[in-house]
Ligand binder design. Structure first.
Ligand code: SAJ
Length: 432
């Protein structure tokens, strides 16, 4: 029996041992999904804290309840390690490591390269490797494949081992769509690769969407997130346009959203946060530049979105000036520093840029965020104020940058001297 059939039989019998490299907001839910589907699952991460927490049945990702982990750990279906040698006992390896940007805003695929080299050192006939990390088209075939082929003493992809790309589609903070019920795109280096990848993921995910190549799957993911970045950029430009026209952008967008077809609502905000939407389109525009093409929509949206923190700082300045106050020396309370509603993640959070700009102008900054008890970012090291209402009443200006659930936004608008609201938490345009 050939190795592909042996792997398919192991998958069908749920005897295939799965390794997930990278136990973050993508890898941890995926590891739990494979464990809950009945597969023996090993999490591999360089962070000893994550490994310790997982083996203790403690979740560090808001969307993954500890109970889901502790049950699997107790059953022996899930455990974690920092040791790549554990791959010697695995049939499948899913790579879920970060793909950030360098300071130069060029892609940093060093985590992917490190994972590929670690896997290659343990690659054996019959193994399936799936890259999930968002990256530029060509990464699977040009970065992962050569390292696997070279280090394995000449194993042939599609015959001796199998290689796919399948992008993650986790939306942090969302509970209606999960790893299991969100359709999963998958592209294999060969048809046999796709068959193996599809057979595995069909055991844990309701719907697999096969495409013709790993490049098609890589590009699909970048299109999804570029679509969001560009449309958020348009929503932010609508805000700038409405500002010039003396109109309320949220009123106009909500009214346009009543169109039952041909329109999709995006809203203005403080800027583009998170480690996906601000980052992933840069992977595509960078790849295009290496091919001598300028992805103009991405570059323009990036310019508009990255200028939003400065726009909102001007709004705070104008609001204070309207009551005869300068920014310098004024008390500004920022409510919601996380990058979006109901998450605790501060990566690329626009509130951080806004607070740094206001600090440079001499404002006395404090913040309240029910999801972020304290943080240190560059020169800023702050803790969330204990008494929200005292801080609201004491502030010369309240600036809302994340509209978390659980806040009484109406009351905040009523009690604050001034409110600059980047999320339109209170609908001033409703005609009573
Ligand atoms: N934002 C706006 N206006 C909008 C929508 C979002 O200003 O109309 C801002 C948010 O406040 C946030 C940023 O854009 O700062 C990104 O928000 P997001 O929800 O689009 O991005 P993520 O990174 O939290 O989650 C996304 C997923 N989001 C949704 O599908 C709604 C999805 O695009 C990806 O599956 C996921 O990132 C990923 O990991 O790629």
């Amino acid at each position: 029996m050939n190795v592909q059939q042996q792997l398919l039989d192991k998958i069908a019998a749920k005897e295939a041992r799965v390794a997930i490299i990278g136990l973050g907001y993508v890898g941890l839910p995926l590891a739990v999904a494979f464990g809950e589907a009945g597969f023996s699952t090993t999490g591999v991460d360089i962070d000893e804290g994550k490994v310790r927490d997982l083996n203790a049945g403690t979740s560090y990702i808001e969307d993954v309840p500890s109970l889901h982990i502790s049950r699997l750990v107790a059953d022996g279906r899930l455990w974690a390690t920092t040791d790549y040698a554990s791959l010697d006992h695995c049939d499948v390896v899913c790579i879920c490591v970060p793909t950030p940007l360098r300071k130069t805003r060029a892609p940093d695929i060093s985590y992917v390269v490190h994972a590929a080299e670690a896997i290659a050192a343990h690659l054996r006939p019959g193994m399936l490797v799936v890259l999930e990390s968002t990256t530029f088209p060509g990464t699977t075939r040009e970065i992962i494949l050569p390292r696997c082929s070279r280090a394995s003493g000449g194993l042939t992809v599609g015959k001796d081992f199998f290689l796919c790309f399948s992008p993650e589609r986790v939306d942090p903070g969302r509970t209606d769509f999960t790893t299991k019920n969100t359709p999963k795109v998958m592209g294999g280096v060969t048809k046999a690769c796709l068959n193996a990848g599809q057979a595995l993921y069909e055991a844990v995910i309701d719907r697999i969407v096969p495409v013709s190549s790993p490049e098609a799957a890589e590009m699909t993911k970048l299109l999804e997130n570029t679509f969001r970045a560009v449309n958020i950029g348009l929503a932010n430009e609508v805000l700038l346009i409405c500002d010039k026209l003396g109109l309320n952008a949220w009123e106009v967008i909500e009214a346009a959203a009543t169109k039952p077809f041909g329109f999709m609502k995006f809203l203005p905000g403080p800027g583009l946060g998170g480690h996906c939407i601000p980052v992933d389109p840069q992977y595509l525009s960078w790849k295009m530049r290496t091919l001598g093409y300028t992805a103009r929509f991405i570059e323009l949206a990036t310019d508009v979105n990255r200028a939003m923190p400065a726009y909102w700082v001007r709004k705070v300045q104008e609001a204070l000036n309207s009551v005869g106050k300068a920014v310098r020396g004024s008390r500004v309370l920022v409510i919601g520093v996380a990058y979006k509603r109901n998450v605790s993640d501060l990566r690329e959070a626009p509130a951080l840029d806004i607070m740094a700009l206001l600090t440079d102008l001499g404002a006395r900054i404090s913040y309240h965020d029910s999801h972020v008890p304290a943080f240190t970012h560059e020169d800023l090291s702050l803790s969330s104020v204990n008494d929200l209402w005292a801080a609201v009443c004491d502030a010369d200006c309240v600036l809302i940058t994340a509209d978390h659930s659980g806040y009484d936004w109406e009351a905040i608008h009523q009690r604050a001297r001034i409110v600059v609201d980047t999320r339109a938490t209170v609908k001033p345009f409703t005609l009573s």
